[in-house]
Design a protein around this ligand. Structure first.
Ligand code: 13P
Ligand code: SF4
Length: 315
């Protein structure tokens, strides 16, 4: 009898499918994943792939983004329960109210949002490129204020990185996982591990980010560890990042800043779910064409900006 991993791999071949896995997934998922990474990396892979089926081991907004980028492909989310608390904190009505309070101000929407929200926003961003997207809006289009949604802390962080030159009006959403961390946790960890570098995601509360040694997206945190030669690192983001770093760098020591840094939604997908999803081709992501066209305009503007920065050597 084949192992589950073998069964998934042979189904992948038979159906010309790829599995994209976010770094917050259970680490066992990497055994069958074709690509593992953060949301920006995975959205690029979704755009490039020639597969007929994409199984997205992540949360629903990520699978929706993959569908927007690859509309001709079948995109499957293994578990329907895998939503994102932050993405669900905003709806079209509350976004329209937010926009009405700041008429004429462009809305920058974090990729952690539903397709409906992207459709009502001007430009998308991820945690890897949020600063550059806002900076570019200011430089290219002369804006001096933006709306940022749904994450208030990423928005505040972007404003701080730009030296307060651009006013960022933030919507009041947040990530409950990252908000479990408080400044006291960072202070306690410093006392316990004084030589350890503290690496935080910008979704953390700003008092946590201010105390960290480095603040960056999932990819930037992983790159920081790869490029530096410290002995100890304290991870102030979701546990999946810590698990992968621990697995990949046996010569370095890692601490998770708090045991509760676990996104339950990201942990729904098991290898069984992935197998069943591929076998039964469920649960398929579908989007109406009008929403898709508008949401794609928002995502394309992000790619246009990041592409121009890559060409100019800015990213
Ligand atoms: P990244 O954009 O860094 O992959 O983060 C996604 C996410 O859900 C963070 O909580
Ligand atoms: Fe959403 Fe937070 Fe989970 Fe990321 S960690 S998917 S923002 S709930």
């Amino acid at each position: 009898m084949n192992s589950l991993v073998e069964k998934i791999n042979s189904l992948k071949q038979e159906k010309n499918a790829v599995i994209l896995a976010h770094c917050y997934q259970n680490v066992e998922v990497d055994e069958v994943a074709d690509f593992v990474g953060d949301s920006l990396y995975l959205s690029r892979k979704a755009k490039e792939t020639n597969a007929d089926i994409i199984v997205f081991a992540g949360v629903s907004f990520m699978a929706e983004t993959a569908k927007l980028l690859s509309p001709e492909k079948k995109v499957l989310l293994p578990r329907l329960e895998a939503g994102c608390f932050m993405a669900n904190m905003i709806n079209v009505e509350s976004l329209r109210q937010f926009r009405a309070m700041h008429e004429g101000v462009p809305a920058v929407c974090y990729v952690n949002s539903t397709a409906d929200i992207k459709a009502e926003s001007d430009v998308c961003c991820t945690s890897s490129n949020a600063v550059n997207v806002v900076k570019n809006l200011a430089e290219r289009e002369g804006v001096d204020e933006v709306l940022f949604l749904p994450d208030t802390y990423l928005g505040k962080w972007v404003e701080a990185q730009l030296g307060g030159k651009i006013k960022v009006h933030t919507y009041n959403g947040f990530c409950p996982t990252h908000l479990r961390l408080r400044a006291e946790d960072v202070e306690k960890s410093r006392l316990e591990h004084p030589n350890s570098k503290i690496l935080a995601h910008p979704e953390c509360h700003h008092t946590v980010s201010e105390l960290a040694d480095f603040v960056g997206s999932t990819k930037e945190i992983m790159e920081y560890v790869r490029k530096t030669n410290f002995k100890e690192y304290t991870i102030a983001t979701e546990k999946g990042v810590f698990d992968r770093l621990k697995r990949d760098y046996s010569n370095k020591t890692f601490y998770l800043l708090k045991d509760t840094l676990v996104c339950q939604n990201m942990k729904w997908n098991t290898l069984d779910d992935i197998y069943n999803s591929l076998l039964r081709e469920e649960h398929e992501i579908t989007l109406d064409s009008e929403t898709s066209a508008k949401a794609m305009a928002c995502i394309n503007k992000m790619f246009e900006i990041t592409q121009s920065l890559t060409v100019a050597g800015g990213v």
